[in-house]
Design a protein around this ligand. Structure first.
Ligand SMILES: Nc1ncnc2c1ncn2[C@@H]1O[C@H](COP(=O)(O)OP(=O)(O)O)[C@@H](O)[C@H]1O
Ligand SMILES: [Mg+2]
Length: 359
């Protein structure tokens, strides 16, 4: 019999996307091939406490896992090769591969990835630099610019500059763009902290909101367009899925439209686009993935402007929403890769990258 791999599935985390992670991880745990993997369910609370959860999978999403999970330590020291319970440092739980099914800062942004680099344990998804540059919308835009990838006009500034001279920044935004504009914290996801602002008053409120989450703010021109997404899978030779379209049920695809309105936002797969346009978008998606040096997976999001048909790259999500009904998994399913196979592929890619570095 082939020995099972010890797979640590991480969920929760300290970001505003904690709840989204609980949904994604529940789907992963439910669907992973238990004949191939022994699963450690490791939860991270909102205040950053790590613990091993051994109870019912149903109690992950509702948050009650937290009260019964056992505190653990996951050392950065590679000689451990895993983690131990705080109550019993003698017994090491060896981990062969980690799947951080978490989104947002301190989860998808290279920080956790850095821990597993130090601990010398393979992990699913992008490495430190790709994760952190994918998370930071201002950094990723600068990288995309250097690769001449098409994207909307934008401006970025720091909280300290804004506090010092708010009027100059507001005037600069207003002289560069017509309303509405989008205001975003540089580092986040799931539309948390994002506002569509129709006048100066809303712009100021939007900046204040974004500054709750980050010291760096991004302002973008509004693209009146279709929202198109492409799933990428692979390491050195990544593949692009067919495309999907999001039809948000709100004014834009905000947090409520993504998660709270009971699925009233629509997903259309395949996106109804001419083949040539789809192929162009898929190749830009691969270029963007390579530009950031992503690995494993990413969902690359676009707008197609209604009036012109122009393509704009919006963002690269290195750990996209990962439930069975999330766009990422559905795009692969429609491209012929089942959810369970997708999980296998991602774990194999994690091992492949590790082997490439240390083999
Ligand atoms: N420049 C823009 N023009 C039009 N809509 C936008 C623009 N930027 C963001 N949006 C809307 O806001 C949503 C969230 O923005 P996005 O940059 O994707 O942030 P997140 O990382 O939180 O998903 C998008 O899915 C889209 O509906
Ligand atoms: Mg997005």
């Amino acid at each position: 019999m082939v020995e099972k791999l010890n797979l640590a599935i991480l969920f929760g985390g300290q970001s505003g996307e904690h709840e989204v992670s609980l949904m994604s991880a529940t789907a992963v745990i439910n669907n992973i091939d238990k004949d191939k993997y022994s699963i450690y369910m490791i939860g991270i609370s909102k205040d950053g406490k790590w613990s091993l959860y051994e109870g019912d999978i149903e109690n992950i999403e509702n948050g009650s896992w937290e009260s019964v999970a056992k505190p653990i330590v996951f050392p950065a020291d590679p000689s451990f090769g895993g983690f131990y319970l705080l109550s019993n440092p003698e017994k090491i739980y060896k981990v062969d591969v980690v799947f951080p099914v978490m989104h947002g800062p301190k989860a998808e942004d290279g920080t956790i990835q850095g821990l597993f680099e130090l601990a010398k344990i393979p992990y699913v998804g992008s490495n430190v630099v790709a994760s952190s540059s994918g998370m930071d919308k201002v950094i990723s835009k600068a990288i995309f610019k250097s690769y001449n990838l098409p994207q909307c006009e934008y401006k970025a500034f720091l909280k300290s500059d804004y506090i010092e001279d708010m009027d100059t920044i507001l005037n600069d935004i207003e002289s560069g763009f017509n309303y509405p504009v989008f205001v975003k914290p540089a580092n986040l996801g799931s539309s948390v902290g994002i506002s569509k602002c129709y006048d100066r008053e809303e712009l100021i409120a939007g900046i204040d909101e974004a500054l709750i989450y980050d010291r760096k703010v991004l302002v973008e021109e509004f693209i009146d367009g279709l929202e198109i997404e492409c799933a990428i899978l692979g390491h050195n030779n990544p593949e692009a899925s067919i495309l999907g379209e999001i039809i948000p049920c709100n004014d834009f695809y905000d947090y409520e439209a993504k998660y709270l309105t009971g699925g009233q936002s629509e997903i259309v797969i395949p996106a109804p686009l001419p083949k040539e346009k789809s192929d162009t978008i898929r190749s830009i998606a691969i270029e963007a993935y390579r530009a950031l040096d992503c690995s494993g997976l990413a969902r690359v999001d676009f707008f197609i402007e209604k009036a012109t048909g122009n393509i704009y790259l919006n963002e690269v999500n290195t750990i996209p929403g990962f439930t069975q009904i999330s766009m990422y998994s559905k795009l692969w399913e429609a491209s012929g890769v089942s959810y369970t196979d997708l999980l296998d592929r991602l774990i194999m890619l994690a091992l492949e990258r590790f082997e490439e570095i240390y083999g």
